[in-house]
Design a protein around this ligand. Sequence first.
Ligand code: 13P
Length: 208
Amino acid sequence: MHEENAARLLLATLGKSLFERGYSVGSAGNISVRLPDGYLMTPTNSCLGRLDPDRISKLAPDWSHLAGDKPSKEVFLHRAFLTARPDAGAIVHLHSTYATAIACLAVPGDDAPIPPLTPYFVMRVGRRLPVIPYYRPGDGAMEPAVHAAALTARALLLANHGPVVSGATLTDAVHAAEELEESAKLALLLRGIPGLRRLSAGQVEELL
Ligand code: 13P
């Protein structure tokens, strides 16, 4: 129980931090955390900046709703990711502006819509960032596509919707989501500029 309470408090603290720095607006985004006896998930229509730790949804290992407010409509998305990646302890889904801009430009099926420009993008997000076709938010039909992509990638983009990022811990997932957003911003700032230098294949390889 101590572990769960600590996770509830950390989720509220990091949600507020993301919101206050503009990584999430309104009630956009949702976060899940794996626990020994199930999952925590942000409630549907909640604002990441104002999460009440006691009202965060608790789900059973079979993903049924146990306690707290009604969970995010994106439970399928989180289930697909956490099932595919036993190494992941948390998932962060945002509508952060620059990563979402890339999600509107990239072609579904592409798996590297952001070039490796800086080492921390490669270290935190990984080499691959698959782009999943568009699905209506909360559409359970996205689950197989998300699951398949998450088997070989730590993060992905939902076309015309936004990024989904995993991490070994909640803090790791938040750091990776921030790194992805800043890398998307850099990629758009530098797009088409002559002389733009990417990391070489060898430089990428030694970071993985
Ligand atoms: P929820 O409020 O149900 O979590 O949905 C928000 C969202 O970001 C949809 O993609």
